[in-house]
Design a protein around this ligand. Structure first.
Ligand SMILES: *Cc1c(COP(=O)(O)O)cnc(C)c1O
Length: 398
């Protein structure tokens, strides 16, 4: 029975009404009920380094982080985050005033948007976008302005940002640019020229930039360049990252924000009333993870690159047109060569038809029709799981 309300007013408020249950819930349920291989949601099916798991156990046993850790995060982790930005990008951040620990990058996104966006402000986001961006912009009362990444065909097909379109999207009401590189779901890694153009635009129009770099260590072709490293950007950029993807512990939810003191302060104001603090013992473990040697990061990249190649070539053999991702956990495909055009219908039918679950990219679009023929598969799974998925997808239909 529906709960009683004093009027016919819907329970879910107007800001969130358009965000029903996520597609991931529907597709994961479908995977369960059909026994299909779930390449929908992006989480690894093996855990990260044993020594980092042990570090978490040690912290828990030693009573470090079992009670409320400090609001900005434990000093060990803030110092490790600052050292990481220095080590990989030559960016200097003060662990005390320019680093904030969050409950995953998800809370970093929420807190940043709630802190910086005034109702009515426009927020430009790259479309297709990570699903929480739209919901958090809405919760902040902002208006999202999508700029669509478009597929460029050919043997090296990729999605690219149209810089003129980005420039044209900026108005007097634009508060910030919400960037994501490496980009989920397309796997696009923004190039130096593209990032320079974004930086030039931000400086020229005096915009804040929020950049989600959770896949910073999962770049297979080219290199990850943080937007904050471009001239004029450090003081206007909030950089978000997380230990989930870099260390294969997506359940730990340890994320962080780096930026100039005024920006980090603003984000902390919102963050303190969302979770206050989180992930106590895991913060110590992620601090140790960030200090792992280069060989760890190289091995992670090599392993995922091989999985990307396995799945991408398998999908191509199965008849999909494949956008080879330069980074992330995901490969986006075009289903039109299979004689299909509706990614939703395709993904709802795929578990029964082939025993595999994928996600329709349309859920990441405002312009649903622009995303209709695209379908995303995750390759952060064990090799034998990917091989079995490819086998199923390439088997002749009965
Ligand atoms: C996975 C993901 C996140 C969420 O990171 P958590 O640390 O798990 O909260 C944020 N942004 C993008 C683009 C992601 O793919």
């Amino acid at each position: 029975m529906a709960p009683m309300t004093s009027s016919a007013r819907p329970l879910l408020n107007r800001r969130l009404a358009e965000f029903g249950t996520t597609i991931f819930a529907e597709m994961s349920a479908l995977a369960l009920s059909t026994g299909a291989i779930n390449l929908g949601q992006g989480f690894p099916d093996t855990d990260g380094p044993e020594e980092i798991r042990e570090a978490a156990v040690r912290a828990l046993r030693d009573g470090r982080g079992n009670q409320y850790p400090p609001g900005p995060g434990v000093p060990e982790l803030r110092t490790a985050v600052a050292a990481h930005q220095q080590r990989w990008y030559g960016l200097t951040y003060d662990p005390d005033t320019e680093v904030l620990v969050t409950a995953g990058a998800t809370e970093a996104i929420a807190a940043t948007l709630l802190a910086l966006v005034e109702p009515g402000d426009e927020v430009i986001a790259l479309e297709p976008y990570y699903d929480s961006y739209a919901a958090c912009i809405a919760m902040a009362g902002g208006r999202r302005v999508p700029v669509t990444l478009r597929p460029h065909g050919g043997p090296d097909a990729v999605f690219r940002l149209d810089l003129d379109e980005l420039r044209d999207a900026v108005t007097d009401r634009t508060r910030l640019l919400l960037i994501n590189t490496p980009h989920n779901p397309t796997g696009t890694v923004l190039t130096r020229d593209e990032l320079q153009a974004i930086a030039d635009l931000a400086v020229e129009r005096d915009l804040l930039v929020v950049t989600d770099e959770v896949y910073e260590h999962l770049v297979f072709d080219g290199e990850h360049l943080p937007l904050a490293s471009f001239p004029g950007m450090r003081e206007r950029t909030v950089t978000l990252s997380s230990g989930g993807k870099s260390f294969s512990f997506t359940g730990w939810k340890v994320g962080w924000v780096t930026g100039a003191p005024a920006l980090v302060n603003a984000v902390r104001s919102a963050k303190q009333f969302l979770t206050y603090v989180s992930s106590g013992p895991f913060q110590y473990a992620v601090a140790e993870a960030l200090a792992l040697p280069d060989s760890y990061y190289e091995a992670l990249r090599a392993e995922l690159r091989a999985k990307r190649d396995l799945l991408a070539s398998g999908l191509a053999r199965a008849g999909f047109s494949v956008f080879r991702p330069a980074g992330t956990y995901f490969v986006t495909t075009d289903i039109r060569p299979l004689g299909e055009s509706d990614g939703f219908a395709f993904c709802r039918a795929l578990p029964k038809r082939a025993g595999v679950v994928a996600i329709p990219n349309a859920v990441f679009y405002d312009h649903r029709e622009a995303g209709a023929p695209f379908v995303r598969f995750a390759f952060c799974k064990r090799t034998e799981v990917l091989e079995e998925a490819v086998q199923r997808l390439t088997a002749p239909a009965d």
